[in-house]
Structures are given as C-alpha cells and as structure tokens.
Design a protein around this ligand. Structure first.
Ligand SMILES: [Zn+2]
Length: 439
C-alpha cells in the first residue's frame, strides 16, 4: 500500500476494490489534473444551473466531486463499515425507481437564496428529475431529502380521542384507536460553509479549520480545497411531520401551528419523567392535528440533537451530578456547564432553514417556550404571532427543576418566573425511592 496526496490509479487485482486503487488519497488540491469538480453555484434558483451536490467516492464521480464529507450524516460511518466488511461494493449505485416524493413541494424563493438556506440542499428531494443527465452519465448523485406518507399512533393521542378532546375526522385522525395520517420528510444536513459561517458571525476559514481539527482531522479537504464550499457533516438530520394537506404549509392565508422539537430519546421514546420533552412533543402533535382539522396546517419538526446536542453520555453524567448534588432548579444549568463547558450546543441558528424550504411565512401558534428557537426564527424574517407553553398539568413532577430553570433563563411563560432564591426551593426527586428497591 502506498500513501499519496493525489488520486491514485493503481489496479486492485481483484481485492476489495477502493475507488482510488491500493493507494490512499489523503487529500486533494485545486488544480490537480484529476480534480475536475462539477460547478456548484449555491443559491442559484435554477437547479440545473445550480448543479448537483457530488460527494461520492465512486470511481466515476470521485474526480468530479464538488462537496466534502459523505452522504447519510452520521450513518456514513456504517456505510464505511459495510464497505470494509465486504457487504457493500465500493462502486454500488442505487436504483431510485419509484422513490420520488409523494408530494411535490412547490419551489420557494428561498431555494434560490444563499443566505436563507445554508444547511440543507433545497433540491435534495428531486435529484432524479433535476440531475437525470448527470445520473445517465454515470455520476453518483444521491437524494438528501425523502418525502413519504404514513400513519402514526401515540398513546397520548389515543387518550385524547377517548376523552373527547380530539375528534376522529376520517381524514387526518382516521380511527378511534388513534391512527393519524401524516406526510413526512427526512432531511440530511448539507452545509454551504460560507453561509453557515455567516449565520454564526464567524470567518469561514475559522469554521473550516475548527471542523477539521475537532473532528480528528477527518476532512483535510476543508483545509486544502477552499474552492469546495459544500460539506456534508457526519451529524443527524431532521424529520418534518405535516398534518393535513401539505400544500397548506406555505399558504399564508391559513393558520399554522408549529412545534420544533429536539431529540430526547430517554423521554421521547422511553418516557423518562425527568424532563418535559415527550409531553411537549405529544402536546405539539395534538395541537398540530387540531389546527389541521380546523382547516389550517400543523407541522412538527424533529431534530436529531440528543441532549441539547451534547449526547446521552454527557446527559446521564449531568443527571448523576444533579441527583447526587441536590437537584434544585437554581443549579440546573451549572451542572451541565461543569461537565460540558456550555449549557447547550443545539445552536438554533441553522434550524430555520427547513421553515424557509417549506415556504413558511409566519407562525400563528408556536408550540415551544424556547427563546433560542423563537429568536432564531424571527431573526430569519419569519414572524411568530403566538407562543404556547406546555400546559402545567402535562409537566411531570420531577421535571419542574428543568422547566423552571429554563423559564428563569429566558424561556417563554404566561405563568410565574421564579427568582433565584425561589429556584433553589424547586427540588427534583432524589434516588431514595429507587434505591429502596432491590435491583
Ligand atoms: Zn428531555
């Protein structure tokens, strides 16, 4: 095996084939004879003129790449494992037959505005239509957005139907057991680096260098290929859930209810009672359904940003520090800051891109108390007409520490905002009850 800095052409002699042969390409530089990127004019509203995002290392595509990183967000690592294990040919090309979106989202002016959408590919759902020429020429263009439809069922929704709080309308809520029709769009991150840097008010060079260094030197082209402006980062994406007809989402004449939710696996799926995540999510879904039933539109957007984007390991360390150190609301954020250095890494600055993509022009009812989400959306020019806190009866008793600390730190409330002194009196449950149980 040889190491080199340019595209190798060595033969593979029938061994597991790698696109660059036996040689490892550590990085590339502009102007090399094998470097011939397809022009990518981010922000051009004409998808053909904008050009496809090409990041694949498939042999025909590798020299034409115009983006850094890999498809699939964090799943790009599993893709590498599958190739390493011999389960997936390195030059595999997907068939996209019948995979097209089930709803044709109408193009929005923001799709052609390089300041409005910087963290997803506005044409990523429709690459088969826009980039057929490139696909036919053998280039490995891939979708980064998929749009489908399904039914969903949540225990809280079923309960609301049983209690008469929610109707079975036969169109959105289709059974008394709680089956709900939903249009879903999954979105993988595609970053236009100058736009991302601008959103954070930092220099593009600083962003590129920090990403390179803090990701273990994974993407040297961030440094050596300043001509490439697009990066597919190895992080989670988002899912849009639309209740009611998806063509209403961009219609400013109907009311829109929206919840922006950041992943909290422990609560969302496993129903931990230490935070308000799942109750607020369920409330958001119910309100979105009601808005759609009233002739409006309901949207819930789920971001993969576990534990305020600090991850579950840090989150559980924080839980331990809270429970062992006296779990009071006045110390809530300090416990996180002591361990993570910051209280939150979700950085909502990029979040509004999906709203721009959907063509959302105003939000009538925002089902979130987060000042960070509110400010990020309003800064991007989308007004929020009403903010709706989680109803008090939905707040689990042990999560008062979290919600009261957040309200004190600036979260929206129509109720009480506690003083620091009062916050020290808001206590979470200890482990006493749990430790009494043999386990
Ligand atoms: Zn949570």
């Amino acid at each position: 095996m040889t190491l080199e800095h340019s595209n190798g052409t060595a033969q593979t002699n029938g061994k597991p084939s790698h696109a660059g042969g036996d040689r490892i390409i550590l990085t590339t530089y502009p102007g090399q004879s094998v470097v011939d990127p397809i022009p990518l004019d981010w922000g051009n509203g004409d998808p053909e003129k904008r050009g496809p995002v090409l990041v694949s290392r498939e042999s025909k595509t590798i020299t034409r790449r115009n983006a850094i990183g890999a498809h699939g967000g964090s799943y790009s690592v599993y893709n590498a494992l599958a190739i390493a294990a011999g389960d997936l040919p390195v030059n595999f090309k997907p068939s996209f037959e019948n995979t097209q979106p089930i709803f044709d989202f109408p193009p929005q002016p923001a799709w052609g505005d390089k300041t409005k959408i910087v963290s997803m590919d506005p044409f990523g759902h429709d690459i088969v239509r826009h980039y057929k020429k490139h696909l036919d020429a053998g280039l490995d263009v891939r979708p980064t957005i998929a749009v489908t439809k399904a039914t969903m069922r949540l225990a809280e929704i079923t309960e609301s139907i049983r209690n008469g709080h929610l109707e079975v309308d036969g169109d959105i809520v289709i059974s008394k057991e709680g089956d709900v029709r939903v249009t879903k769009a999954a979105v993988e991150p595609v970053w236009y680096l100058p736009g991302v840097a601008e959103r954070f008010g930092i220099d593009e060079g600083v962003l590129r260098r920090t990403l390179f260094e803090q990701c273990g030197g994974s993407f040297p082209e961030l440094i050596t290929r300043p001509d490439i402006k697009v990066f597919l980062p190895p992080i989670g994406g988002l899912t849009v859930y639309i209740f009611g007809s998806p063509d209403k989402v961009s219609n400013p004449d109907v009311k829109l209810a929206l919840r922006i939710h950041d992943e909290c696996n422990g609560s969302d799926v496993f129903q931990s009672d230490i935070c308000t995540c799942r109750p607020y999510l369920a409330f958001g879904i119910e309100e979105a359904i009601k808005e759609a039933q009233n002739g409006g539109s309901g949207v819930v957007i789920y971001f993969r940003k576990e534990g305020r984007a600090l991850g579950e390991v840090v989150k559980y360390l924080v839980y331990n520090a809270r429970k062992r150190g006296g779990d009071t609301a006045d110390k809530y954020f300090t416990r996180t800051e002591n361990i993570a250095g910051v209280r939150d890494m979700r950085f909502q600055a990029l979040m509004p891109d999906i709203l721009q993509w959907l063509g959302i022009k105003k939000i009538d009812r925002m089902l979130s108390m987060s000042n960070m989400k509110h400010d990020a959306i309003v800064e991007q020019g989308i007004p929020i007409l009403e903010r709706i806190p989680i109803p008090d009866h939905m707040v689990p008793s042990d999560s008062r520490v979290e919600i009261d600390a957040k309200i004190n730190a600036g979260y929206f409330t129509v109720g009480k905002r506690y003083t620091d002194e009062e916050l020290s009196q808001v206590k979470g449950r200890g482990w006493q009850n749990w430790e009494d149980v043999a386990h």
